[in-house]
Design a protein around this ligand. Sequence first.
Ligand SMILES: [Ca+2]
Length: 175
Amino acid sequence: MGIRNILRVLLPIMVVAACSAGCCMKCLKVKDVPATGPAAQIQVGDVLFKAAVLSNGIPVDIAVKDYCPDGDGVNEIAVPSSQSGGGTGGAGPTYASIDFPQTAFGDGPRKVTMTACHHNRLELRAYDRYGALVATAAHPGPQHVSKALTLTGGRISRIDIIGAEIGIDEVCYRK
Ligand SMILES: [Ca+2]
């Protein structure tokens, strides 16, 4: 068997192995996004990052800037505060969130991994498009350090971001 034949056999096997190990994930890297905001909403690719809204209806604006980890010259999506939720019909209070619009994502990704850092606290709650809780995750600490948090278990339409002084480095998803 020549080397070309061996490669022809090996290549499909390698592709399958890589996929089962978690490829087919698409990643939005915030470091590639120019500084922007403050804003009530920031779109990266087809994904929407929304600021928290206070009970008086005023958003706690988010921004793309060097925030957490800070001082490394790399931009994150900065979520200064997201402490209260439960508002309905577009009124506050609502948590900051990552939304996967139905027009682009259908029922939403099956798996989302968010890499993020905080100077205070960070929890994630993922919901399907009917509002049912799909998965939760909490940053294990320590503060000021980025960690990958993975959410699976159903189709994810929205992820509530709960806590304060949060920097989001990357959001990876698999449809
Ligand atoms: Ca940074």
